[in-house]
Design a protein around this ligand. Sequence first.
Ligand code: TRP
Ligand code: SF4
Length: 402
Amino acid sequence: MFPDRVLSGMRPTGRLHLGHYHGALKNWAKLQHEHPCYFFVADWHALTTHYETPDVIEQYTYDTVIDWIAAGVDPSQATMFVQSKVPQHAELTLLLSFFTPISWLERVPTYKDQVEKQAQFGRDLATYGFLGYPLMQAADILIYRANLVPVGEDQVSHIELTREIARRFNHLFGREKGFEEKAEAAIKKLGSKKAKRYNELRTQYQQEGNAEALEIAHELLSDVQNLSMGDRERLFGFLEGGGKVILPEPQALLTETSRLVGIDGEKMSKSYGNTIDLRESEEGVTKKIRTMPTDPARIRRTDPGDPEKCSVWTLHQVYSDQTTRDWVMQGCKTAGIGCLECKQPVIDGIIKELKPMRERAAPFEEDPTLVKNIIADGCEKARDTAEETMRDVRDAMGLNYR
Ligand code: TRP
Ligand code: SF4
C-alpha cells in the first residue's frame, strides 16, 4: 500500500568500528541501492541514558555520520539525518503515549535488566524517558511509514512493540464514519473479477486465518492502478477487519551478524575498549592485531595449536579466502607457521578494507561544514516526509483544527 521504505538509526556513541561495519553499515550500503533509505542519528535516545554528559553529543553525531559515509553510505542515495532536528518524532511519541499501556513498555525484555545493570554504575534509569525508549523508537519508524527496519537481534522486541502500537493506532483511529460503505464502494471500483477475488481472499483470511490469502490479497491490491490513496488504505484495512491502515506495521530485517571479535577475543564493543575503528591508521591495525591473544596452548613457536580455540581464526573467516584458511589450519596444527605469520593476511585484509574508508572520510574531517550540510539536507527531507504522516495522524486524532 505504501511504497517500500527502509529506516534505521544508531545512537551517537563516538567513532564507529569494524563491528558496526560488519554488523550493520555494510548492509545499509547495500540496501541504499534497493530501496529508499532513511538513516538517522538517535541523539535523543542517547540522552535517555547519558543525560549527564550532553557535551559529547554534537561531536559524536558528526563522527557517526562521517563514519557512515566512510563505510559507503552515500548521501546522494540515502537520506541521513538527526532525530532531534525533526521535532515531529517528539510529537508522535507524545501522541502514541496516550494509548500505550505502561505494561507493554515494562515487559520489553531489556527494560528491567538495563535499569538494574546501569544502577550498578551509578546511572539512574528509573526515569519516564527511559521507560519510553522503545516508544520513541516506534515513533521513529512509524513516522516514515517504514516497512523495513534493518536491526540486530537485540532490537527485535522493539520492532515487535512497534507493530503492536501501529495495530492499536489503526484500530483506535482508523475507523471513519461509514467505513464499511466506503470500503464496499471501493471494492466495486476493482472491477467485477478482481472484486470477486478480493472478497474470496478476505473471507479466507478472516474466517480461516489464512495468512497466505492475506498476502495474495495484498499483491492483488498492489497491482491495481486506478485507486485513490484513501480507497487503497480502506481496502487494505478492510481485509483485516479493521479500519484504514494509517500507520503500517514494519518488519525487522535481521542482519546476520558475523559477530566480530575485538582484539581481546571478546565481542567487539566500545565499552570493552577492544575495537578497531573505521578510521584506524595502518600502524594502529598492525599493532592491535599483532598483540591479539591466540590459542593459549601455543606458548612456544614449536607448540602446535588449534584455530578453533583462537580468535584470530574467526577473523580469517571474514578476511581470508579458502586457500589462506587451509594454510592456517594446516600450519597451526603442525606448528608449521608462527602466530605473527598467521596474522599477516588478517592485517592485510583489514588494511585493504579500511583504506577507502579513510579516504572517503578525509574531506569531511578537513571541513566539518561538508557534513553539516549533508545533515541539514537530510533533515529537511526527513521533516517533509514526517510531516506528511503527522498530517494524517493529527487528522485521525481529532487535531486538525486551528
Ligand atoms: N535502539 C536502537 C539501538 O540502540 C537505535 C534506534 C533508535 C533505532 N531508533 C531506531 C533503530 C529506529 C532502528 C529504528 O541500536
Ligand atoms: Fe591462532 Fe593462527 Fe596462532 Fe593458530 S597460528 S594459534 S590460528 S594465530
